[in-house]
Design a protein around this ligand. Sequence first.
Ligand code: HEM
Ligand code: CU
Length: 616
Amino acid sequence: MDWLTTVDHKKIAILYLVAGALFFGIGGIEALLIRVQLAKPMNDFVTAQQFNELITMHGTTMIFLGVMPVIFALMNAVIPLQIGARDVAFPFLNSLGFWTFLFGGLLLNLSWFIGGAPDAGWTAYTPLSSTEYSLTHGVDFYTIGLQIAGLGTLIGGINFLATIITMRAPGMSYMRMPMFTWTSFVTSAMILFAFPAVTVGLVLLTFDRILGANFFNVSAGGNPVLWQHIFWIFGHPEVYILILPAFGMISEVVSTFSRKRLFGYSSMVFATILIAFLGFMVWAHHMFTTGLGPVANALFSIATMLIAVPTGIKIFNWLFTMWGGQIRFTTPNLFAVGFIPTFVMGGVTGVMLASAPADYQYHDTYFVVAHFHYVIVGGLVLGLFAGLHYWWPKMFGRMLSEKLGKLEFWTFIIGFHMTFFVQHFLGLIGMQRRVFTYLPNQGFDLMNLISTIGAFLMGVGVIVFLINIGITAAKPRNASNDPWEDGRTLEWTMPSPPPEYNFKQIPLVRGLDAFWKEKMAGNKEMTPAEPVGSIHMPSPTILPFIMSVGLFIAGLGFMFTSDDFGNSFMNFIFSNYIVTGIGLAITFGSMLVRSLYDDHGWHIEPSELNEKGVKA
Ligand code: HEM
Ligand SMILES: [Cu+2]
């Protein structure tokens, strides 16, 4: 029960992780079903409609519901510890962000059972996603589910911005912040600017579909290309929202396991900011073939290619960090080292796609599919595995098995390259993306089969990870404060898992890699910046959960307003917005309670400070 009411960032991290694992699993099964269908030509394992639903839900689930929460899980678990804070800036909002995210995701997946799954691709291009071509409620689930989930992401981003700006320990200037905190900070700023765009787009599409508006309807003066602009001005930054935290994780892991400080720290910070800026300037490279004209295409081409510069800076800095270091190939470091060449390959195909004339050839082929899987799976997912293995002992107090970790790494990365490497060539010889089957003897057969086998091998890698987690959970909780022994940042100064108040005394930061600096000075602990005193804690609350349930009900109610249920009572409550109203009343009611009822939290007194600890 306390999981529903918790406002502790460390427990919310675990909630995000569980939710992420759930959706990642669903998205993974969808991927395997897609690959089964494509394993041989003229296959009839699923129908064309089911195939469209599978690719749409796979893409949507993976990007919005699979990897985002795992990123948020690690941000929640690590950032307050890395900056020497007792919590995030707004613990209540932190929990609200999680629950809206979860209920949005559940709503989206409910579409499999009622109303039909979305089928217009994860980009939901109009007019394909209009009521004219998408007849089921699928796209309504998409617009409303993502709206609710996106609210959670936006809340989370704002919270991390406020946390990192205001809650750093004394002495931790911006240029002393660990790299993962930096990239999360920039990611949060990107969320703040990118998510409102998709919010607006989803509202417009919802209005078109449910209230009969005409924003994207050509016959009534609307414009479908408008949707593409709105989607990608969010969508391209979104891919950097995903990759930047992974860059941060790789930086931490590579420097820890090389026993060296990160090479070129300030250039890393600068490159991160530059990538974020350019990330907002290049969205139309997704639209070269829509007829923007040569001037726009050329400018967006060049802007896109420029991103390779700060990205290259990062790659070389990681290599120089390893150069001359005492490298240890632990599981996290294997994933980090495997990440580097894999991500570079994705970057190279990105620059190829950025060339507008070439893109006319590659666009909407498997080449694009290969590109974005190299960056998202080969980049982000490998980064997440590195980060999860690295911080697992801090989050749960137990070390994952290294043996199984290595097995998991090799099956996953071999499976990954088998799956996606051949897709470059499939694209170049003309296999289109998003087609549910293909004719035999076009040269597609063998490579598709290899791709499918590789996908199952990746699945094996994930299962080995789950087994590893299961076995580890049965072991005693005995990880030390600094289980990798070469920890450099503040999170390694405290017990694993940390007590619920994090720091008994807020530490004084005296340089970059604060803990390492103290170790080198011969100190075992940080110097405290304050005397031991009573610690103020926020109270647990069920309100965020209830607010999110309210939004969930309102969303469902709104979606079915014009349906005929063949039952006069059901028709009445839906078409008169009664269900919607009840849902909104629940949400606004809880907001009212929250505003009227003062809750000042509680205190942990110095005498209790040694007993309390979080239970993971
Ligand atoms: C040097 C860096 C990069 C460059 C130059 C680049 C360039 C491009 C271009 C030009 C396209 C459009 C291709 C087309 O539709 O014809 C594209 C698609 C895509 N890229 Fe990248 N990219 C880069 C990095 C990334 C990263 C870091 C990610 C994600 C973490 C990413 C994710 C995607 C996705 C998801 C698509 C496909 C979207 C869709 O149509 O469904 N890219 N990229
Ligand atoms: Cu892009």
